[in-house]
Design a protein around this ligand. Sequence first.
Ligand code: GLN
Length: 453
Amino acid sequence: EAFNANVAAAKDLNAFIVATPEKALEAADAIDAKRAKGEELGKMGGVPIGMKDLFCTDGVQTTAASHILEGFVPQYESTVSANLWKAGAGMLGKLNLDQFAMGSSNETSYFGNVLSPWKKAGSNAALIPGGSSGGSSTAVAARLAPAATGTDTGGSIRQPAAVTGITGIKPTYGRCSRWGVVAFASSLDQAGPMARDVTDCAIMLEAMAGFDPKDSTSLDMPVPEWEAGLSADLKGKKVGIPREYRMDGMDGEIDASWERGKEWLCDAGAEIVDISLPHTKYALPAYYIIAPAEASSNLARYDGVRYGLRDLPEGAGLQDMYAATRAAGFGDEVKRRILIGTYVLSAGFYDAYYTQAQKIRTLVAQDFEKAWGQCDLILAPTTPTAAFPLAEMNSDPLAMYLNDVFAVPASLAGLPAMSVPAMLNGEGLPLGLQIIGKAFDEQGVLNAGLAIE
Ligand code: GLN
């Protein structure tokens, strides 16, 4: 009830597209009944959470923050949300996001931008909550929800977590089922938890993850007991510092947070080693070819026939209906990605762009493979800057894409990566640190996070 009240009171932050207070109460009642009978309460027993509006929820509108899906009410539940309900969680509502999860500032939503609860010291200017999981980051940072789901294709869990001072982990690709999650770039999309601290993330990830025969890329591996395995003792662990992540003109405070992170990990018993990931600078351009290419294919299904919006002008034929629906339904950033994606996949350009990008993807993954010969974990900044003011970057897509520079390499390689709060900058805004681990080593990532938080 307290969280439902917070959600209702914080409407100005615009974190929720739809609130579902009755669902949260229903789950709480079910837990009370179980408790009375002395039954197991489940990993998430009684915890009310926010659900990014990219997860299909049975009987509750699911929009991906796009006009084209407005009014779409799925008749099925995504595997991840179903797992969470099974573990005893309840739903506070569906969280706002960048349209189809494309963006880094939550300004591309059809339902309006989300505001961060943070302000620069001495300034009243509204700041971005990061994106695309900006409703999730604000909901947790503003204490509207103890935890929320996020999805991360190229940083959308880690970047919003970093700029709002919360914790979020993208697990190894395949850990969480993609079934019932609105697809952006299928070879990169991965769900994960966003919460107040590492322990809550470990608990929630255990509830979310698991093999799902309905997702052909789901990992057929048991879910480890991450919570039970938590330990901030890093004795014997080697932590790599990738040289290429130290970029020219890097913000001094980002560098300072990175230095502090190294000290904290040393204090926890880890050894710091210098490593090289030579193809880092090609990762961002490769991501911005591969992700739009996959998006252009995935978004072809929104045609005005099967889901949500249909724009059928008087006397129009089928092609006109497609065009009118898509013109009205998709936002500008989504259209930009579809155009880029269809361009790089078109005959004549495919080899020059898409094939090259796929080769770079392999090289980036091989960089990490080689690095694991020297270290067990990698420490890097999550973002190049702290939260920036609303509207500052949304007229410049390339500047916006640069926010993902530290996040996309781990995405291309499918590796687990987490952002944990590191410190406040001179203006009182949170900065995050990123820990990247070997495939399947969420435990190592969580433990290093524990040592930092
Ligand atoms: N900001 C990145 C993009 O716009 C990442 C998005 C994501 O991870 N969903 O593509």
